[in-house]
Design a protein. Structure first.
Length: 173
């Protein structure tokens, strides 16, 4: 089942412990080696920048969890640890909108760089990141767990942030 929403129907909100069960459910639908509930709780307790993208609620109906991201701030950089769009809402432009929101927040924190790792097999995500301006800058060998006890390499990507305003205003309500 897929539902199509437009950006006016979506909003970003800080992730809280109350969101974690829904986030974990999406995580388990999305990945062969998902983050655990503990990973999300630890991220919240560590003070990481954790956001949920919600939308589509109507009278008597709760809003859907469209996606989420978790990022860790460093001295002059932000590291994107997890970004996920719920399977029912993929290929609708939500990942780029969340990346814009993250970039706007990171610039507000005076970060100069945005970093991430992505599985070498996840070409679709790599394409999203490249279209968003990220560049491949390295490889982390055997970074991710894979099927059968094997490990998969990660592509390291970075985006140089600038002082331009981001286009995420539609998500700020």
């Amino acid at each position: 089942m897929s539902a199509v929403l437009d950006a006016r129907e979506a909003r970003l909100e800080p992730m809280t412990v109350a969101h974690v069960d829904a986030v974990v459910a999406v995580e388990q639908q999305s990945y062969s080696h998902p983050w655990t509930r503990g990973n999300f709780i630890d991220s919240l307790h560590a003070g990481y920048h954790c956001q949920c993208l919600t939308g589509g609620g109507s009278a008597g109906q709760p809003e859907a969890l469209l996606g989420y991201f978790v990022a860790m701030q460093g001295v002059d950089e932000v590291h994107l640890l997890n970004i996920t769009v719920a399977p029912a809402f993929q290929r609708q432009g939500w990942a780029p909108l969340m990346l814009e929101a993250l970039g706007g927040w990171a610039r507000g924190q005076r970060a100069q760089w945005l970093w991430l790792e992505v599985r070498t097999s996840n070409e679709r995500a790599q394409d999203v990141y490249l279209r968003h301006g990220f560049r491949r800058v390295g490889v982390r060998k055997a970074y991710y767990p894979a099927a059968g006890g094997r490990r998969e390499d990660a592509i390291v990507m970075s985006l140089r942030l600038n002082e331009q305003a981001s286009a995420w205003g539609a998500l700020r309500r």
